[in-house]
Design a protein around this ligand. Structure first.
Ligand SMILES: [Fe+2]
Ligand SMILES: [Fe+2]
Length: 146
């Protein structure tokens, strides 16, 4: 069992980038992740709502798929030079999430989800938004994108 879960990032304090549409997507994602985090915390305390965890996990993975797809399309539309680097990072993370989702559906074990969501994902998200997303948003914003 995993103890001492760190609090997940607050949706109102996301690292901001130069495009409001991207900020909005990031905020939505943090809201979803916090809902899933609450369900997982309850599950760790012995009150697992498997149906709700399934629904929130599926919604989070699909939201991320669309989030990355939209960013990839924006990068292509505006000719962002580092498209291959940024889009391949999206691909890598989406593959991890798909695998995690599959593991949950097969095992209904909360530990892998808890470990990923609380231990690796927050740092990845903050780093990704502060680096690749931030540079991408700045590039597109300077070219009149919104
Ligand atoms: Fe993003
Ligand atoms: Fe991104």
């Amino acid at each position: 069992m995993i103890d001492n879960l760190r609090p997940l990032p607050d949706p109102s304090s996301i690292p901001l980038v130069a495009l409001e549409s991207m900020n909005e997507t990031h905020r939505e994602e943090l809201e979803m992740v916090n809902r899933l985090g609450t369900l997982l915390t309850k599950a760790m305390e012995g009150e697992a709502d498997e149906k709700a965890i399934s629904a929130e996990t599926a919604a989070w993975v699909e939201h991320t798929r669309l989030h990355f797809k939209r960013e990839n399309e924006l990068m292509l539309e505006y000719g962002f030079p580092a498209y291959p680097v940024h889009s391949s990072e999206h691909e890598r993370m989406l593959a991890l999430l798909d695998e995690l989702h599959k593991t949950w559906l097969e095992s209904h074990s909360v530990e892998p989800l808890v470990a990923f969501l609380f231990e690796s994902w927050p740092e990845w998200f903050e780093m990704h938004v502060n680096t690749m997303d931030s540079i991408t948003a700045q590039f597109i914003n300077q070219r009149g994108g919104a």
